[in-house]
Design a protein around this ligand. Structure first.
Ligand SMILES: NC(=O)c1ccc[n+]([C@@H]2O[C@H](COP(=O)([O-])OP(=O)(O)OC[C@H]3O[C@@H](n4cnc5c(N)ncnc54)[C@H](OP(=O)(O)O)[C@@H]3O)[C@@H](O)[C@H]2O)c1
Length: 270
């Protein structure tokens, strides 16, 4: 298995990213100091400024870190997107973004005008890869049929018990890298019988089974963790392998459902 994921536009991303929803300054510094080089944020998370401060505090060079952010529903449309993007750059104290994504699908018209602005920013070299977040195949169809620049990344909820295989296969076909949000299911899957059994079998934590499962599915996990030990645990997932038979068992375990946010439903919990 190669060390990085290669995108459809040639960029390379590490096998594990770090999520910053609800992260604080210390946990972002922790993550960077213990190996995280890909930071996932969004204007909605309110962590863009924290990331800028954390990157500065660690002394890591801009070129050595991959920054991904997302445009929120209320910021969409051509002109608004340019403004939102510039705010994000300002918050992150940078002059380019590695990845910029539409956070949630809204309507085809707004999705498309937003995408056009993102394509223009991409063509100007201000964004290195474009992405869609929370677009299930039927949300993405129109955009994919009309875009000039195809997305390189698609991010949606993905973890044992909720793999959204139809979406996974859809994006795989177009060589679009799938990223897993809530790859640990925010802990909801840790007590599952199979995950516990595999944790014992491989002598790894349940969180490590979840992260390794993503990687072997060709999906980039974006876990969030607050302690040094947990961040170290994350990166240890690069060093073991789940057998094919056990991968099949995880793929087919009983569904646990989505975690409170779904593109076609009201948000039911945080
Ligand atoms: N595109 C979207 O709409 C969207 C939606 C949701 C999330 N995301 C992205 O995905 C990232 C991750 O998702 P998430 O934060 O929802 O959930 P997650 O990564 O599945 O779970 C995070 C939770 O797991 C705990 N945890 C971490 N490592 C652990 C370990 N080794 N053992 C036990 N517990 C552990 C963390 O606790 P501690 O922090 O206390 O360590 C935290 O409470 C977000 O931060 C965000 O960047 C994107």
């Amino acid at each position: 298995m190669s060390e990085n994921f290669r995108l459809n536009n040639g960029l390379e991303f590490p096998k594990i990213g770090f999520g910053t929803y609800k992260a604080d300054f210390n946990s972002i510094v922790n993550a960077i100091e213990n190996g995280a080089r890909y930071l996932d944020t969004a204007s909605f998370y309110d962590t863009e400024k924290l990331i800028a401060q954390a990157v500065k505090a660690t002394g890591i060079k801009r070129g050595e870190i991959i920054l991904a952010s997302k445009i929120w529903k209320t910021e969409m449309g051509y002109e608004n997107t340019i403004k939102a993007f510039n705010r994000t750059l300002e918050n992150l104290e940078t002059d380019y973004l590695d990845v910029y994504m539409i956070h949630w699908p809204v309507s085809d018209i707004l999705n498309l005008s937003t995408w056009q602005a993102m394509e223009d920013l991409y063509s100007q070299g201000k964004i290195r890869a474009l992405g869609l977040s929370n677009f299930l195949p039927y949300h993405a169809e129109t955009l994919l049929s009309k875009c000039k620049i195809v997305p390189s990344v698609a991010q949606f909820e993905f973890h044992p018990g909720h793999t959204q295989t139809f979406a996974l296969n859809y994006y795989r076909e177009d060589n679009i890298l799938v990223q897993a949000w809530s790859p640990l299911a925010r802990g909801r899957v840790f007590d599952d019988k199979l995950i516990r059994e595999l944790s014992d079998k491989y002598n790894k934590t349940q969180a490590q089974i979840c992260i390794r499962f993503c990687i072997q599915e060709g999906v980039m996990p974006l876990p969030r963790a607050s302690t040094v030990e947990r961040v170290k645990e994350m990166f240890e997932c690069l060093e073991f392998e789940i057998e094919e038979y056990d991968m099949l068992r995880i793929e087919n375990m009983p569904p646990i459902g989505w975690g409170g946010e779904h593109p076609d439903r009201e948000r039911v919990k945080i």
